[in-house]
Design a protein around this ligand. Structure first.
Ligand code: CA
Length: 236
């Protein structure tokens, strides 16, 4: 059984590595988010132990990018107690389990074994575009950390646009794909719903990501992630 440990606290990383090796696991260790992500992408692991506060790339970003790359290796997040983030955030982003530091080594091993027994289910990826994310599993849409409430039709429209981000999509395409073929109304309904979406995903956040391209259709693109909203990169 092969485990990847991504942890920048070297003493802790070494202790965990030695402990797990004694339990018969093969353990690779990396000390920052970027090398953790590439190790997790290039090698097959049974479980990834992922610290939250990591240099170069935050643990949540490592996790999100892994899932975007359709890597479903079970991830157990390790985090400090003062939690700017909570368990719900970890699970929303696709973590499989969660341990708060300091943790008992016996508990860690038990959790790892439970994750290995459970295995990695094939899951739909969380769509992300700039600070906008959409989780098809629980149909949650967020801008940054803020949950956005959408009606089923608005959700369907946004899902369609997110899957075709940075492409111009025509009203006819949208009508064909988001409204069923029996829909008798005119394509004005698309404009109306585009307006609803803008009021929910853009206006409250001071961004303009859903553009009208005159005579052609609509274009959804990423906002720039502001410095203050990106994850902290400092050490704990
Ligand atoms: Ca850390």
């Amino acid at each position: 059984m092969r485990i990847l440990l991504v942890e920048d606290e070297k003493v802790l990383a070494d202790t965990v590595r030695r402990g797990l090796s004694n339990e018969g696991f093969v353990v690779d260790v990396t000390h920052d988010g970027v090398s953790g992500l590439s190790a997790a992408t290039e090698n097959a692991y049974d479980v990834i132990l992922l610290d939250l506060m990591l240099p170069l790339k935050h643990g949540y970003d490592v996790l999100r990018e892994l899932r975007q790359r359709r890597i479903w290796t079970p991830v157990l997040m390790l985090t400090a107690k003062d939690g700017e983030y909570d368990q719900t955030d970890a699970f929303d982003l696709g973590a499989d389990d969660y341990l708060t530091k300091p943790f008992s080594f016996l508990v860690l091993v038990a959790r790892i074994r439970a994750l290995i027994r459970r295995g990695a289910p094939e899951r739909p990826v969380v769509l992300a575009l700039g600070t906008l994310t959409m989780d098809p599993v629980n149909r949650r849409v967020r801008r940054g950390q803020t949950l956005i409430s959408l009606t089923p039709r608005e959700y369907g429209l946004l899902h369609y646009l997110m899957r075709r981000h940075d492409q111009i999509v025509s009203k006819a395409d949208i009508l064909d794909n988001v409204w069923d073929s029996a829909f008798e109304g005119g394509d004005n309904v698309v404009e109306v719903y585009i307006g609803y979406l803008r009021r929910k995903i853009d206006a409250p956040f001071g961004v303009q990501t859903l553009a009208t391209v005159r005579g052609m259709g609509y274009l959804l693109s990423a906002d720039r992630i502001p410095e203050s909203a990106s994850a902290p990169q400092s050490r704990e």
